[in-house]
Ligand binder design. Structure first.
Ligand SMILES: Nc1ncnc2c1ncn2[C@@H]1O[C@H](COP(=O)(O)OP(=O)(O)O)[C@@H](O)[C@H]1O
Ligand SMILES: [Mg+2]
Length: 260
């Protein structure tokens, strides 16, 4: 496999923060892989995702390097990298029709005209398996459920046919059944288009179900990185072992209690 991105000694300190949010993070992201980034809340996952996308706030101190051997040149957010976040409401404009928002990336980055972009939006809405794509294209965000809005956000994120999709806690606000469907959809899209996926989550069960490799963050550091199955079966660090133990506790039925 070849590297899409090579990250070396990446460190990030937010303005006025007592401690760095990221310290000495080095890894390669392989082209076509699903890399899950897991860790407790505050461990630096979103900071890592934002650094990759190039979306850190101004006046954040950044050192180290991110090289993109798999791209020709520096990535353009929205074009080479698509992003989806926890709250699709934050990325969708409440007063614009869904179709317009989904077609935006194709208009801006692929040079499609208005009619072609509208048709492309309907195609993308169908691709994220929303029913009646024409009707959804004419709807506004508030007319959809949370899970449907997240599908729309995914459609918008892939509109410019990015090489990399960065998904940060995209299922955390959704109920479990919808979570599973959204994760299935992401995997299907990524595999079909040969995209690379960086899947950020605090949920090890979710991560291990889909990832080729898992990166474990703790206190701003990358503490473990390996093939998903190996890492879960034989954690090498206390941080990973703690995440695995928490997951086992949740998955194990209670000894005493009502049958479901
Ligand atoms: N915009 C910000 N300004 C200052 N500190 C921040 C900001 N965003 C995150 N942090 C801090 O950086 C650390 C890492 O946060 P984050 O990357 O959001 O972790 P995670 O996504 O794993 O929960 C935390 O201590 C958090 O409080
Ligand atoms: Mg986060």
């Amino acid at each position: 496999m070849s590297a899409l991105a090579a990250i070396s000694n990446l460190a990030v300190a937010y303005r006025n923060a007592a401690l760095p949010a990221l310290s000495d993070v080095s890894l390669e992201i392989e082209a076509g892989e699903i890399l899950a980034v897991i860790g407790e809340s505050g461990s630096g996952k979103s900071t890592f995702a934002r650094a990759l996308i190039g979306l850190l706030p101004q006046r954040t101190a950044i050192s180290g390097r991110i090289d993109w051997p798999g791209l020709d040149g520096a990535p353009r957010a929205g074009r080479d990298i698509g992003c989806v976040f926890q709250d699709p409401g934050s990325s969708l404009n409440p007063v614009l029709r869904i179709g317009e928002q989904v077609g935006e990336g194709a208009r801006r980055h692929l040079g499609l005209g208005r009619r072609a972009a509208d048709a492309e939006a309907v195609r993308l809405i169908g691709r994220v398996r929303l029913p009646e794509p024409e009707r959804i294209a004419r709807a506004f965000p508030h007319q959809l459920s949370g899970g449907q809005r997240q599908r729309v956000a995914i459609a918008a994120a892939i509109a410019a046919r990015p090489r990399l999709l960065v998904a940060d806690e995209v299922t955390s606000a959704l109920d479990v059944v919808v979570q599973a469907a959204i994760v299935d959809l992401l995997v299907e899209l990524v595999r079909a288009d040969g995209m690379t996926l960086v899947f950020v989550t605090h949920d090890l069960a979710l991560a291990s179900g889909i990832a080729d490799r898992i990166a474990v963050m703790a206190a701003g550091r990358l503490v473990e990185l390996g093939p998903a199955a190996e890492l879960v079966a034989a954690p090498k660090t206390a941080a990973t072992a703690a995440l695995v133990a928490a997951h086992i506790d949740l998955a194990t039925p209670p000894l005493v209690g009502d049958a479901p």
